[in-house]
Write a protein that binds this ligand. Structure first.
Ligand code: ATP
Ligand code: MG
Length: 428
């Protein structure tokens, strides 16, 4: 007999024998009759056991520890008073795994446990509906973003995460020992996705890992994070890239609203689909706004405080900041006078994505790198890609956890990744 999920069972099963499996969430023993709530991936089911019908099974069932895993067989009995409108009248069951007691933390208890305890016991934490919902939405976000990109001819690629090219700059990298040679974990696929623009794969995307060795201690930084990285060739300007970025965002939001209503309800998130195009605010305008209330100077970086303050002055949740000072962006950003053809996508006052048109001209790129004091030799393999036919191109990196954190109004980015890595946490 095939095991059925809770959401597959309905009228068609009434009166028939079925097999279900899951975690024992609760046991109520009333003496002659016992009710067990079994939880599977999609919901909960009630098992009803009557003592006089099967004494042994009854005894074994009521003595189970919570969160044990069982497979149960019985008749699916219609019952309007029970959740789902049916209950399983127990015939027999197998204990697939007895859980130890006490549990390090509860699954359904209303007791608040602190975040570290939750993360230390993530395998149990993830059994909670509202925690699981985050990862179901995460799955949807990646699926729909990919769907959007594929509709726009992007091809999914995987570039190396171990590299000899030190850094694209801007952040600390993790050093590793590669058979006695120094190597690094990539901080992003930036250099490789650009190299791919020289191959004829003129639109690529990657669901990528970022490794960053910065000693962050914030609610918005991880040392290992994920992103949707996009690179596209034959663009006229960074505006072409921004269109993909906002299009992807709206498409994913709309599809999540359609597909994940249950999860959004659980997380108490209500969403209005933003209208396209998103507003574009120039860095110079940002300076003007910030200078009304702060000492902000042209050329300064936008920190958390500045981003929050700015958000108060803008009536949109999602907007771009563009035309940054050239010096504030990495070497590969295409200049326009003293500006970079670069943009950040802001969501409720936090950067969730950065992108730009890139320099595709070899001489210009080398000159820019030299001006910044970079060692050209370290980037030989990257530069090679610019010598044999490189079209104009641009792209962006889009933080998956950052998007989710803002979309779901979560206070800490660690909520959005299964097993977070931060300065203090290397386990589980
Ligand atoms: P920030 O200035 O906020 O630290 P960044 O400008 O260094 O970010 P980028 O190099 O522009 O980040 O990376 C592209 C995107 O990847 C960011 O917009 C963000 O969404 C995400 N991202 C970058 N670093 C991290 C990190 N340490 N933790 C989580 N997400 C990150
Ligand atoms: Mg950035």
């Amino acid at each position: 007999m095939q095991r059925l999920y809770s959401n597959e069972i309905g009228e068609q099963h009434f009166g028939k024998e079925i097999k279900i499996a899951g975690w024992v969430e609760d046991i109520r023993n009333l003496g002659g009759i016992a009710f067990v709530i079994l939880r599977d991936r999609y919901g909960r089911m009630q098992i009803t056991a009557i003592k006089k019908e099967n004494k042994d099974a009854f005894k074994k069932l009521v003595s189970l520890n919570r969160e044990s895993v069982v497979m149960a067989y019985g008749i699916c009995q219609e019952n309007e008073k029970v959740m789902n409108g049916w209950e399983l009248l127990l015939k027999n069951f197998e204990v697939l795994s007895q859980a130890q007691a006490p549990l390090p933390m509860g699954v359904i208890d209303k007791v608040n446990v602190d975040f570290d305890t939750r993360l230390d016991n993530r395998i149990i934490d993830l059994r909670k509906d509202e925690v699981k919902a985050i990862f179901e939405i995460r799955h949807s976000f990646i699926k729909f973003a990919s769907e959007y990109l594929e509709k726009h001819r992007f091809i999914n690629v995987h570039t190396p995460k171990i590299t000899a090219m030190s850094s694209e700059g801007g952040t600390e990298v993790f050093r590793i020992d590669y058979f006695g040679k120094p190597a690094y974990l990539v901080q992003s696929p930036q250099l490789y996705k650009q190299m791919l623009m020289a191959t004829g794969f003129d639109r690529v995307y990657e669901i990528a890992w970022y490794f960053r060795a910065e000693q962050h201690d914030t609610t918005r930084h991880l040392n290992e994070s994920t992103a949707i990285d996009v690179e596209m060739a034959f663009i006229d300007s960074e505006e072409d890239v921004m269109k993909i970025s906002e299009g992807l965002t709206n498409y994913a939001i709309q599809k999540i609203m359609e597909e994940n209503e249950k999860q959004l309800d659980l997380l108490k998130v209500s969403v209005d689909l933003p209208s396209l195009p998103y507003p574009r605010i120039k860095y110079d305008e940002v300076v003007e706004i910030l200078q009304r209330e702060t000492e902000f100077k042209w050329g300064d970086d936008l920190g958390t405080d500045e981003e929050n303050l700015l958000a108060k002055h803008i009536d949109y949740e999602l907007y771009f900041i563009k035309d940054f000072p050239l010096e504030s962006k990495p070497f590969y950003a295409m200049p326009r006078d003293k500006y970079a053809r670069a943009f950040d996508l802001e969501f409720k006052g936090m950067e969730i994505s950065s992108g730009a048109q890139r320099i595709h001209r070899y001489n210009m790129l080398v000159e820019r790198m030299k001006n910044l004091g970079m060692n050209i030799e370290n980037f030989e393999e990257y530069l090679k890609a610019f010598r044999y036919g490189m079209p104009p191109h641009g792209g962006f990196g889009y933080g998956i956890e950052r998007f989710l954190m803002r979309f779901l109004n979560l206070g800490n980015i660690r909520e959005c990744i299964l097993f977070p890595r931060d300065r203090k946490r290397l386990t589980p």
